[in-house]
Structures are given as structure tokens and as C-alpha cells.
Design a protein around this ligand. Structure first.
Ligand code: HEM
Length: 259
């Protein structure tokens, strides 16, 4: 055996011993839960294999069993998944847009115009955000149509249908509140028309309108309110309802059908 092989062998043994010591430490086992292959003493047993699934944040989201027809793209057309994907895409591009935008009536339009002409990739990311928003409204609507066509609103999925209706409303609210933010003529007049219509709501119309406008007419206070609704409040509520929606799909026995 050459000296070099001996040195490599010794270094390997030393590293192995150190790795085992780290694996046995309290800090290590607080990070990796039972069943992790990184934990000391992992053996390939049926119990450990199920631990791997149950204790992994990503694996445990998947059901243990799925119906054969449910994995066919032609059944769901992946429209629910597509709606979720678009929501993630909108969140990521929206965070990018927030770096260059101030919700103040004196600068909002200049920020938007600057984003288009002065910021690298600004025009593209703004358009991805805008088109993504239109697509999300379409895909959520088509997903609802698919669910209706398959009769998946029937027992035991009635509650999830109601959660779905709330999600559709939240999607439309996300779209509408974002519309004001560029602070151009189209945005200001669209929101003027929208809030005037809300003013005709029976009983609470006037209060509803003035809460949304932040004053008697559309102005800086309106912009700030709609900005907070668009970037924080509505997305936060949407995430909560999406979590309930996905959890219910699992608890209601997976995807409906077959027809
Ligand atoms: C942000 C909006 C939404 C997202 C992200 C979403 C996501 C999903 C996903 C991923 C699934 C499982 C796979 C699939 O069916 O494509 C699903 C199923 C379902 N969704 Fe939605 N959904 C949304 C809106 C809606 C709406 C508007 C309705 C109805 C009003 C609805 C009702 C249902 C029902 C009843 C199921 C179970 C379908 C079945 O078992 O065949 N969802 N949703």
C-alpha cells in the first residue's frame, strides 16, 4: 500500500468519526427528525421508511395513495395546480415590483414609468405580473367550471366548494386592488367607477365607499389603502384559505371521480 493511500485512508476514517460525532449531537438530532437518513443509526426498515415520508415537509404533503384516474392530466387539466403556480409567480414578481414602487400619489406613476424604462428587466417583470394576474383569474374560473362539470361540488366536497367560492372572490379582489397602483388615468377612473358602484350597496353603501376611498374622493389615502390590501391583507387571507382548500382535498378522499 502506498503512503498516499494510507494518508487518504486515515483522513477518511478521521472524517467519518467526526461525522458520526456530529450526527450523535443534540443539535443535529434536533434538526433531523426520526427516519432521516442523516440521523445516527438509520437502518432500512419499513418503520424508518414510513418515518421518511411522515417527517419530511415535502413528502408528507403527498397522499400515501392516489386514485389512478386522478393523476391523469386530462381529468383535472391541472387547473387548480396552475392557479396555485400563478399565485406563486405573482408573489415573486410582486416582491420585485415592490422594490421600485412607493404608494404615494405624487410619485406612483413616475415609479411605474421608471420601472418600464430605467430598471433592468423591469418592463418584462411588470408584464409577467400583469399577464399572470389575468391568467390567474381565467384559470381559477376554468378550474371552477371543471369542478362543476365533474359534479365535484357534491358531498363530501360541498364545504371545499364554498372555500373555492371565497378563493374566487379573493382572486378577483387581488386583481382589482392591483389595478389602481400604477396611478394612471385608466386606474383612477376604473376605481372611481368601482367605488361608486360599491356606494350603492344597501344599508352600508356610504360607509363602505368612504372606508375604501379613505376620504370623500379618490386620492393618496385611497392609494395607500389599496396598496396595503393588495400586497399584504388579501394575499395573507388567500394563503390561509388555500391551505384549508388543499387540506380539504386530501381529507375529502383526494380528487373526485371517476365519472
Ligand atoms: C385560488 C384559487 C384556487 C386554487 C389555487 C385551487 C386549487 C385547487 C387544487 C390544486 C385542487 C386539486 C387539483 C385540481 O382539482 O385541479 C383543487 C380542487 C378543488 N377545488 Fe380548487 N382552487 C381554487 C379555486 C377554486 C374555486 C373557485 C372552486 C369552486 C368554487 C374550487 C373548488 C374545488 C373543489 C370542489 C375541489 C375538489 C375537486 C375534485 O375532487 O375533483 N376551487 N383546487
Amino acid at each position: 500500500m502506498s503512503v498516499l493511500t494510507k494518508i487518504i485512508g486515515l483522513m477518511g476514517a478521521k472524517l467519518g468519526a467526526q461525522y458520526e460525532a456530529v450526527q450523535g449531537s443534540q443539535a443535529w438530532s434536533s434538526i433531523f427528525r426520526p427516519g432521516s437518513v442523516f440521523r445516527k443509526g438509520y437502518t432500512d426498515s419499513p418503520r424508518n421508511r414510513s418515518y421518511v415520508i411522515m417527517n419530511s415537509v415535502l413528502y408528507h404533503l403527498h397522499p400515501v395513495k392516489v386514485k389512478r384516474h386522478a393523476v391523469k392530466v386530462s381529468y383535472t387539466l391541472c387547473l387548480g395546480g396552475l392557479s396555485f403556480f400563478l399565485f406563486i409567480l405573482l408573489t415573486l414578481t410582486g416582491i420585485f415590483l415592490m422594490f421600485f414602487y412607493t404608494p404615494d400619489a405624487t410619485v406612483a406613476w413616475d415609479n411605474t414609468a421608471g420601472l418600464m424604462d430605467e430598471v433592468s428587466l423591469g418592463r418584462m417583470l411588470r408584464n409577467v405580473h400583469r399577464w399572470g394576474a389575468h391568467l390567474m383569474v381565467i384559470s381559477v374560473f376554468l378550474h371552477m367550471a371543471r369542478v362543476f362539470y365533474h359534479g365535484a361540488y357534491k358531498a363530501p366536497r360541498e364545504f371545499n366548494w364554498v372555500i373555492g367560492v371565497i378563493l374566487l372572490t379573493l382572486t378577483l379582489l387581488l386583481s382589482f386592488t392591483g389595478y389602481l397602483l400604477p396611478w394612471d388615468q385608466v386606474a383612477i377612473w376604473a376605481v372611481t367607477v368601482g367605488t361608486n358602484m360599491m356606494g350603492f350597496t344597501p344599508v352600508i353603501g356610504d360607509q363602505f365607499k368612504s372606508v375604501l376611498l379613505g376620504g370623500p374622493v379618490i386620492g393618496s389615502a385611497t392609494l395607500l389603502r389599496w396598496y396595503v390590501l393588495h400586497v399584504l391583507f388579501v394575499p395573507f387571507v388567500t394563503v390561509i384559505f388555500m391551505a384549508i382548500h388543499f387540506w380539504r382535498v386530501r381529507k375529502d378522499g383526494g380528487i373526485s371521480g371517476p365519472l
